[in-house]
Design a protein around this ligand. Structure first.
Ligand code: MN
Length: 481
């Protein structure tokens, strides 16, 4: 960081320190430790200075009497927008419907469908409410730290937070290509959402992992000598233990048979270039036989989230079946940090032959044509424009209602029930009375006021009602077709 950036981060730190002074986390720690941990985490990902300052300030609006305008005056519109963006996302939460149950325990079909629908609209909503991907990065870091300290939280809150993490935030991290965060979020949520299964896995696994670990160390040593004798320049070789939650998911696909899971611990080899990856794969196959159908070339055809590597499963030392993953440092970074890797590679290291491939989800989301060379262009691209034709708003009970853009409280009222529409007399948006022709925005909480005696719709509503449902109901009352 240059001097100016440093000064900015210092000011943000001071401001947060004053704002949260005397406040403690549920864990008993000083509140400030929370924003600081998040800022540090994002600094390690080499995100820009605005993001780091905004991370320090991310809970200031929610937890204190400070208003967004004050942040804007002190830190400028860029940081203020990020902070308000993160604050707004606090509204996206799973609704409490009785007890929080793991999805698989919802035995009745309609319950399961309702749960999945809720999760799906929350995922969409989260993206729709965010016009800058950095807001999501701060939110993911925030969630990660909250999960790390979840044990200190009231038990009744834990289940909701853990389940949100599993159903909403981990899939989002995956979609953004952030494999490391996704795995950590899932493993942190796992014991809270599926305590029995988690314990079962731990009990089963302990011994097996120790055995495998010793074997992997042995195989690694042999591999290293072999590749060195073939004059391969290896940057790193290490064992990677599979994340618990993804192991558990895989186990379910294999009827709980742990012996069928070959990548419990995989060996990961990092070499300088893609050509080296193929050469190493060839050398390994010439000495240890590969299992048929287990060779995967994610370099030639990356996964939709941008993941690249060569995978193969071989009969290793003593015939023991072992998965091997081969990749370059750049691919490694992309696999662990996804979009954040794009960010800082573009900002700092635009070496010509070292450009990250475009993950296809990015290409889908933004029709940008150029390669990722110009940081300005990347920033523009990272302003998400999902679901441009839909908005997501809440009922006072936290149900999500999807409406077309420019919808009004009248559309909302008819979306809930035609009686509510017909008898609507007014609306509160985010607790304030507003005219019925107010345009609703993503994340608004809408409450409809109705008369006690039935009144019927007003013809005038046709001026601003957007949805088919509202318009048809109103028209039919006045005999308009
Ligand atoms: Mn926070």
């Amino acid at each position: 960081m240059n001097e100016e950036d440093r000064a900015l981060v210092e000011r943000a730190y001071q401001y947060a320190e004053e704002a949260h002074r005397g406040i403690k986390r549920e864990s008993g720690e000083t509140y400030l430790t929370h924003p600081v941990r998040i800022a540090l985490f994002l600094a390690k990902l080499e995100l820009d200075v605005e993001t780091i300052a905004a991370a320090l300030l991310h809970d200031v609006l929610e937890d204190t009497s400070i208003a967004a305008e004050q942040i804007e005056r002190r830190f400028g519109p860029g940081i203020a927008k990020l902070v308000s963006g993160v604050t707004k996302l606090a509204r996206v939460r799973l609704k409490k419907t009785g007890r929080f149950l793991p999805a698989f325990l919802l035995r009745r079909e309609e319950e399961r469908v309702a749960f999945e629908r809720q999760v799906e609209s929350l995922r969409k909503m989260l993206l729709a409410m965010t016009d800058d991907i950095r807001v999501i990065l701060i939110k993911l870091a925030d969630r990660l730290h909250n999960m790390e300290t979840l044990h200190a939280v009231r038990p009744d809150k834990r289940a909701r937070i853990a389940q949100e993490t599993l159903e909403i935030y981990a899939p989002l991290a995956y979609r953004l290509g952030m494999g490391d965060i996704k795995g950590r979020l899932e493993d942190l949520a796992f014991p809270y959402v599926y305590p029995k299964e988690h314990k079962f896995l731990r009990d089963q696994l302990g011994e097996r992992i120790r055995e495998r670990d010793q074997y992997i160390v042995r195989f690694q040593r042999t591999l290293k000598q072999y590749l060195e004798s073939e004059h391969i320049k290896m940057l790193d070789i290490h064992g990677r233990v599979k994340h618990e939650y993804s192991l558990w998911q895989k186990l379910q696909r294999y009827q709980g048979d742990l012996s069928k899971i070959y990548d419990l611990i995989a060996i990961r080899i990092i070499v300088p270039t893609p050509a080296d990856c193929y050469q190493v794969l060839g050398l390994i196959h010439s000495r240890w036989n590969p299992l048929l159908g287990r060779i995967k070339d994610y370099i030639a055809t990356p996964k939709p989230n941008g993941y690249q590597s060569l995978h193969s499963t071989v009969f290793g030392v003593d015939g023991e079946i072992t998965e091997i993953q081969i990749r370059t440092p750049l691919m490694h970074e992309q696999a662990e940090w996804g979009i954040a890797a794009h960010w800082h590679y573009t900002e700092h290291k635009s070496k010509k032959d070292d450009v990250l491939p475009r993950p296809s989800w990015l290409a889908d989301l933004h029709k940008w044509q150029q390669t990722l060379k110009d940081p300005k262009e990347l920033q523009a691209m990272l302003r998400l424009e999902f679901f441009r034709d839909q908005i997501f708003v809440f009922t006072p009970l936290g149900d999500v209602i999807t409406l077309p853009v420019q919808s009004t409280p009248i559309d909302f009222a008819y979306a809930i029930h035609s009686d509510i529409g017909d008898n609507c007399t007014g609306a509160k948006i985010n607790d304030r009375l507003k005219p019925l022709d107010t345009e609703l925005k993503n994340g608004d909480i809408v409450e409809i006021l109705v008369t006690k005696k039935p009144q019927g719709p007003k013809r005038d509503w046709l001026r601003f009602a957007k949805t088919q449902k509202a318009r048809t109901s109103i028209k039919s009352r006045f005999g308009i077709s």
